[in-house]
Design a protein around this ligand. Structure first.
Ligand SMILES: [Zn+2]
Length: 360
């Protein structure tokens, strides 16, 4: 199940803390543009809600410069004279339950930058929640290797997704970035399975474009740039196209329109968690890892449900030889990907996802 990886090449790791989430604060943060060009203004945003009411929010920015280490590693160090630390505090005397704030970093960051930002929220009871993300800014120093758009940890303990622009639809890889903002922040991040382990998902894009044909094309083909397919850090790639195609997956990689947020998360559900399709005609198989959503006998499906406190009678036949432990009425995203809508993962798939995260 777990890939053995070669030594990590990227050590673009900031020193600041990872996400710590108090139980009461719900927060979502983002930056735009996803990969800002040299010295272009960058917008940092936070939306948060807290039933205990919010007293204060803060934004910290840490600016690194990238360099190639003695060992040829992608590395980053604090930039002399760069932004380092607290840049903005929002104080609330009225203690609102919801906030929606933004901060514009005028002048952005120069070439070869790597930026970490941390939003913290303090509620009236003194609980602090924070989220920390890092991204590349300005000209990218490391050739065709995947460019970090949103990350926070060592790739070996993360799910690393690389987006590849389809050359039929995008004039350059960068031309895809606007579409990716919606796909990541209003797509992946709103899904229930991703949200409960948001920090485990890291996103990149390839400086080189690729291509995918329609499923029904002859010949059918998927072209992933070599620097992505051979990357030691990327777990799976998604080719982003805007022309409407019948999408398909192969070897964990897949194609999708950027607006089909449900399709993207469904396909990542296969690639990241090894979940299978719950619909007739999809891809089916069993797994020795816990909480699988496909069984090859009714009795093994019923045993799974009984052992997990769910009715044995919930097991349903998918097609000849295959059963699902969660009924179609639950409408799991692995039963119907929802296309441009975002269905939720249901109980069995969520148990699988929690198990997967607990092993990272
Ligand atoms: Zn599928």
């Amino acid at each position: 199940m777990f890939r053995l990886r070669r030594a990590e090449r990227i050590v673009l790791l900031p020193v600041v803390a990872f996400m710590v989430t108090s139980c009461t604060t719900n927060m979502g943060v983002r930056h735009s543009p996803l990969h800002p060009a040299n010295n272009v203004a960058v917008d940092f945003r936070i939306k948060a809600s807290d039933a205990d009411c919010i007293k204060e929010a803060r934004l910290y920015i840490y600016e690194y410069e990238t360099y190639v280490s003695d060992k040829g590693m992608q590395s980053a160090r604090k930039r002399d004279g760069g932004t380092w630390g607290l840049v903005k505090t929002w104080s609330y005397s009225m203690h609102p339950k919801d906030i929606n704030e933004s901060y514009c970093k005028k002048g952005g960051f120069p070439a070869h930058s790597y930026v970490t930002y941390v939003f913290s929220v303090t509620d009236k009871k003194g609980n602090v929640a924070c989220e920390s993300w890092s991204f590349a800014a300005g000209d990218w120093q490391f050739g065709t290797s995947p460019i970090p758009l949103l990350g926070n940890g060592a790739p070996a303990s993360r799910i690393d997704v690389c987006f590849v622009a389809d050359r039929d639809d995008y004039a350059s890889a960068r031309a895809m970035l606007g579409d990716l903002e919606k796909l990541i922040f209003d797509g992946y991040h709103i899904n229930n399975g991703v949200k409960r382990g948001k920090k485990y998902w890291q996103f990149y894009y390839s400086p080189e474009r690729g291509n995918i044909t329609d499923f029904d094309a002859s010949p059918r083909s998927m072209e992933i740039p070599g620097s992505v397919s051979s990357s030691s850090i990327i777990d799976h790639a998604a080719i982003i196209h805007t022309t409407v195609l019948r999408d398909w997956a192969s070897g964990g990689n897949f194609g999708t329109e950027p607006t089909n947020i449900g399709t993207a998360v469904h396909e990542s559900g296969h690639a990241a968690f090894n979940l299978k399709d719950e619909y007739n005609g999809g891809g089916h198989s069993t797994s020795t890892n816990p909480h699988h959503n496909n069984y090859n006998s009714l009795s093994s499906c019923q045993t799974y449900n009984t052992n997990n406190g769910w009715p044995a009678s919930d097991c349903e036949n998918i097609q000849s030889g295959w059963w699902r432990p969660e009924p179609a009425s639950l409408k799991c995203i692995m039963w119907d990907d929802g296309d441009a809508s975002m269905p939720s993962f249901q109980r069995t798939c969520l148990a699988r996802i929690d198990w997967f995260y607990s092993n990272l």
